[in-house]
Design a protein around this ligand. Structure first.
Ligand SMILES: Nc1nnc(-c2c[nH]c3ncc(-c4c[nH]c5ccccc45)cc23)o1
Length: 330
């Protein structure tokens, strides 16, 4: 396949390599707002083999649908919102292939989101199929988690059972082990960024992802979602990949109790922000569910360790007995 950069003109969609896609993203990041005003038609690069003859028209060659929730609260026209965009279900007319399509307004567009998802491939990371620019929105086509997100499952079906939590945790730990081995921090591990398929759970939304060049990442801003933030991230004095492990621990508490940590003891109505609580209080072990197994409780103590150097890594936690129960337990 061609290695040269994105050579398509304005209004052309082409098959390409990851390099071509990254060149297109680079082009987008440097395009003047004026140039984006009146594009004659879609422009972009598709990595997967969808049928195009130089064009891939939204609502002609690929249809977008608001996502019909897979759980009982169907009626709601909830369109899941990512960090910077709405996610629709997309279906290629010719191949019938179903994808997720996230619409990111150009003003929110961050090339890094596509770059990480294009460069880092793992079965537990939502695959990126391509990116198109159309009508001031970047359309990101990705692998679809048709079972919805873990947050939708919790909101619809209540607390998850431990064997379900173990299943999700193992898939996400594999994604984190892979990302962390490349010094990549996701920065937004939480139930709404984990989506479900019939045979796996995958991590989505790389809008806040960074790759560390030193042993510590010194943040310029606060990244993530408050309830799931680690104490060291809140302190803003530098953190590393272990912050994702802490967020996974708080995500497990949310899966067990159908509430994020802290909120039952510190109601949102009385606490507009939880940053000080996360900084001052001991880790939220009190929010662990009453029926949590001893093994899972020990796992959470290791994942929620306040000192990141003492906190276990993804590789270490993958060997933990809590997520490798003896056969007779299953
Ligand atoms: N923020 C973000 N960035 N990329 C994604 C994403 C990639 N593939 C996906 N597949 C499904 C869903 C999804 C989220 N909530 C849902 C509720 C019902 C059905 C599906 C979903 C989201 C994605 O999400």
């Amino acid at each position: 396949e061609s290695q040269e950069g994105y050579t398509g003109g304005a209004g052309s969609v082409r098959h390409g390599t990851v390099t071509d896609l990254l060149s297109f993203v680079n082009l987008l990041s440097h395009m003047q707002a004026a140039a984006l005003q009146h594009l004659p038609e879609e422009m972009g690069v598709l990595l997967n083999k969808v049928s195009i003859n130089g064009r891939y028209k939204i609502n002609k060659d690929v249809l977008l649908f608001p996502w019909q929730l897979t759980y009982k609260n169907r009626g709601s026209d909830l369109v899941p919102k990512g960090s910077f965009g709405k996610v629709h279900l997309a279906q290629d007319i010719t191949t019938r292939k179903r994808m997720a399509c996230k619409l990111i307004p150009m003003e929110n567009f961050r090339g890094a989101e596509i770059e990480f998802q294009a460069r880092f491939c793992h079965e537990n990371i939502a695959k990126l199929y391509g990116a198109l620019l159309w009508e001031q929105n970047v359309h990101l086509f990705m692998e679809a988690g048709e079972g919805g997100s873990v947050l939708e499952k919790i909101d619809s079906c209540g607390p998850m059972r431990e064997f379900e939590i173990i299943w999700v945790t193992k898939h996400i730990l594999r994604a984190l082990e892979y990302l962390h081995s490349h010094n990549v921090i996701h920065h937004d591990i939480k139930p709404s960024n984990i989506v479900l398929m019939s045979d796996k759970a995958v991590l989505v939304d790389f809008g806040l992802t960074v790759q560390m060049t030193e042993d510590l990442y010194i943040p310029r801003d606060l990244r993530g979602t408050e309830m799931y933030m680690s104490p060291e991230l809140v302190l803003c004095r530098g953190h590393d990949t272990k912050t994702d492990i802490y967020s996974l621990g708080t995500t497990i508490i949310h899966m067990q109790t159908a509430n994020p940590p802290w909120v039952r003891r510190y109601p949102r109505t009385a606490y507009p922000s939880y940053l000080y609580i996360i900084h001052k209080q001991a880790p939220p072990l009190e929010d662990i569910s009453d029926d949590c197994s001893l093994a899972m409780r020990s796992f959470l103590e290791r994942a929620l360790e306040k000192n990141p150097t003492l906190r276990k890594s993804a590789s270490e936690l993958l060997k933990d007995e809590a997520i490798n129960p003896p056969k007779e337990d299953q």
